[in-house]
Design a protein around this ligand. Structure first.
Ligand SMILES: NC(=O)c1ccc[n+]([C@@H]2O[C@H](COP(=O)([O-])OP(=O)(O)OC[C@H]3O[C@@H](n4cnc5c(N)ncnc54)[C@H](OP(=O)(O)O)[C@@H]3O)[C@@H](O)[C@H]2O)c1
Length: 264
């Protein structure tokens, strides 16, 4: 299968590092023009430079905006009035005793992980349906279906995204726009390295720390290793492609078999 996204414009939220950066790289490799989003000018510029080295000739648009705020979404609308592919990748995560998570933290998780994606969908979906083609995706997590006791607030946001995704897919029914979620499993990113070291002995070298983390906190993984960000990105590129035209309203798993279920 040859995926060609030439002529398509994509926005990947939270894409200066980690899974977002890998998705940006792979969409650019498939020929799309891709907006690189983060909160600070310097980190966005660095990401654009790095991605341009990785994908020579990539057409990248710097999009500096804190998309967890209305003002940030407004700034994006100025830089990118319309997109063909919207990948709602931004998400914060951390561990906390569920009885210690206060109202402000619950709200922050909802606003960053769910409301930001809903706002951008509201902003970009109408012009996609008018043009009769579009791709909207939400990066969910295994925590949406297997809620870890130390991440209830995070799990809540990812379960919400599955509902949001299914609902917007119905809104887009019959228009040529597809809407899906990707259920990512434990993936090797900078954010996750910090998270792992929050749970296991900080003095352990990374390879050992990773094994201890998988054994003690993610024993259900059939992959028995962290997923590489590019492995998530390949699913996103496929869902963004014309070839994926019959896949909508779904939740596709790239979780290393972590969720013990036949269907998501
Ligand atoms: N990593 C995993 O194991 C894993 C597993 C399942 C699902 N996921 C999901 O995958 C997604 C990406 O995770 P990740 O591990 O790659 O994240 P990460 O390494 O922590 O990266 C977060 C990215 O988001 C940007 N960002 C943070 N707040 C922002 C804001 N308000 N507005 C715009 N950009 C913002 C950061 O850029 P700046 O700092 O430059 O602003 C950075 O590029 C998340 O939704 C996460 O829940 C991750």
């Amino acid at each position: 299968m040859h995926i060609d996204l030439t002529g398509r414009t994509a926005l990947v939220t939270g894409s200066t590092q980690g899974i977002g950066a890998a998705i940006t790289k792979e969409l650019a490799r498939a020929g799309a023009r891709v907006a690189v989003n983060g909160r600070g000018e310097q980190r966005v510029e660095e990401a654009v430079d790095r991605l341009t080295r990785e994908v020579p000739g990539a057409d990248l648009v710097p999009a500096v905006a804190d998309v967890s705020t209305e003002e940030g979404a407004g700034r994006l609308a100025e830089v990118l009035p319309q997109v063909d592919i919207l990948v709602n990748n931004l998400g914060v995560f951390g561990s906390a005793d569920p009885l210690e998570i206060d109202d402000a933290e619950w709200r922050r998780y909802f606003e960053v992980n769910v409301l930001a994606a809903v706002r951008l969908t509201r902003m970009y979906l109408p012009s996609m349906t008018e043009r009769g083609w579009g791709r909207v995706q939400y990066i969910a997590s295994d925590s949406a279906v297997v809620v870890p006791a130390e991440m209830i607030h995070y799990g809540m946001t990812k379960t919400s995204l599955l509902a949001v995704s299914r609902g917007f897919a119905k809104k887009a029914a019959g228009t040529g726009v597809t809407v899906n979620s990707v259920i990512a499993g434990p993936t090797r990113t900078g954010g996750v390295e910090d998270f792992v070291y929050g749970l296991v002995d900080r003095s352990l070298p990374w390879e050992q720390a990773q094994r201890v983390f998988m054994r003690e906190y993610r024993p259900q993984s059939l992959l028995q290793r962290l997923i590489e960000p590019e492995e998530i990105a390949h699913m996103v590129v496929y869902l963004s492609s014309p070839q994926a035209s019959a896949t909508t309203g779904g939740a596709l798993r790239v979780d290393g078999g972590y969720v013990d279920a036949i269907l998501p």
